[in-house]
Design a binder for this molecule. Sequence first.
Ligand SMILES: Cc1cc2nc3c(=O)[nH]c(=O)nc-3n(C[C@H](O)[C@H](O)[C@H](O)COP(=O)(O)O)c2cc1C
Length: 216
Amino acid sequence: MDVYGAVRTRQSIRRFAGRAVAPEVLRRVLEAAADAPSGSNLQPWHVYAVTGEPLRELKKRVASRLAAGDSGDDREFAIYPPALREPYLRRMAALGEKRYGARDDAVARKRLREENWDCFGAGTALFCYLDRDMPAPRWSDVGIYLQTVMLLLRAEGLHSCTQEAWAEYHRSVAEVIGPPDERLLFCGMSIGYADPAVTHPRIPRAPLAETVTFLG
Ligand SMILES: Cc1cc2nc3c(=O)[nH]c(=O)nc-3n(C[C@H](O)[C@H](O)[C@H](O)COP(=O)(O)O)c2cc1C
């Protein structure tokens, strides 16, 4: 698969098949992803690859919090500006329409959303931390790194879903992972083989002219 193919076939997959990810495949991907670029080569990501019993334990802990109506931990950073405006609202709505479709009732949406904390059935997940004092440009390094991981996963026939949702229960993640206090959880990423029985509509993108300006 060439790079165009990897970019084109990467989608956020929200239902994974039971087939386990071989540890050597995950290691190969993470070793290759270490070549992702970062400002001054800081490589500011701290990644925990979690599978087996610790992942089951984490899912169980969050499931019992959800069942108790616990809406999550204090948020450590904002994921959107306080007042989201156009064109972002329109783009977010396009995702909602594709993702939830006809299921526009709040209970069904909540149930679908809660699948985040089961990793959509995946048996492998990454949890990505940064040092708390890293400013915005270093967060972009982490984004570049995560996309590198996602594209390499495609080369292995694997799929993924990056999940900010995990930061909402960062204390449970920390209980299982045990990161040093100076690290902040940015997101999780579920990894596995896509369940062939479930189709994922492509999420539309803004026309190029909305996001790119050519000069000269
Ligand atoms: C940093 C980041 C965080 C995300 N967090 C979540 C999440 O918590 N749950 C989820 O279902 N999808 C999450 N997504 C997936 C986005 O919704 C998705 O990338 C976007 O709608 C485009 O769809 P696509 O990835 O299928 O092309 C996240 C994506 C990124 C890059």
